[in-house]
Design a protein around this ligand. Structure first.
Ligand code: PGA
Length: 234
């Protein structure tokens, strides 16, 4: 595990964007696992800057996102489809056919989860970008009795709903359910890059990286990954 403790959100964003760019430049056909949330916004901004400066060609990339809320349409500004479009996909030359997010509005969610897993399995993720929730979740893999391997539908933790209420005008509008990539796809990624920002993440990050490996702290499973990089600013 490599941990970069950096002095600011800007440096965290730049460092993570540099690591992702290096992956893309070395392997233009890379498969990236992507994350949403407030933390990676700066990373995406830097990637867009690099693209605009002619340093980054995203034309060969395939992407898989970690998760999506149930009950929101793709065009809903609170959906993760919308987030990805506005922060990255509409701003770089990515092939729209190679962008994948789970369809959390599918009628048959179980079938959709299986479909998503088989798509990921067929491609294999080269580099997975992750944020971390205050409760240690990665994607929307919430603390629980077991590490869930497959893509699945999840009841969001009260703490997650509370944390994400800041993005919604009315906290009652925060969806209660989501579809998330499971631990298997995350752990099978060749490389994992976790970004975290703010003093509030210090305790959960320490628990995750150095505490016991337990599904009660979902990110603790990352200790078992052979190529984990953490970029953290407090
Ligand atoms: P945040 O969310 O980046 O908005 O803190 C991280 C997460 O919940 O995974």
């Amino acid at each position: 595990m490599k941990v970069y403790h950096v002095p600011s959100y800007d440096v965290m964003s730049q460092k993570a964007a540099n690591l992702i760019s290096a992956q893309i430049i070395l392997y233009p056909q890379s498969v990236l696992g992507l994350a949403t949330g407030s933390t990676p916004i700066g990373v995406y901004e830097r990637l867009v800057d690099k693209h605009n400066n002619g340093e980054l060609d995203c034309g060969g990339l395939t992407t898989f996102n970690l998760d999506e809320y149930c009950g929101l349409s793709e065009d809903d500004p609170q959906s993760y489809h919308y987030f990805m479009k506005s922060h990255l996909f509409s701003k770089v030359n990515i092939n729209k056919e190679k962008i994948h997010l789970p369809d959390a509005s599918a009628k048959d969610i179980e079938k959709e989860c299986k479909r998503y897993d088989s798509q990921i399995e067929a491609c294999g993720i080269d580099l997975q970008l992750l944020g971390i929730g205050n409760n240690g979740h990665i994607g929307f893999n919430e603390p629980g009795a077991v590490f869930e391997g497959d893509t699945h539908c999840v009841d969001l933790d009260e703490s997650t709903i509370l944390a994400n209420a800041r993005f919604f005008d009315d906290p009652n509008d925060v969806p209660r359910k989501a579809v998330t990539m499971g631990m298997k796809s995350i752990m099978l990624a060749k490389r994992i890059l976790l970004v975290a920002n703010g003093e509030a993440k210090r305790a959960i990050l320490e628990k995750s990286l150095y505490g016991p490996i337990t599904p009660l702290v979902p990110a603790s499973i990352l200790q078992l990954h052979p190529d984990l990089t953490v970029v953290w600013s407090d």
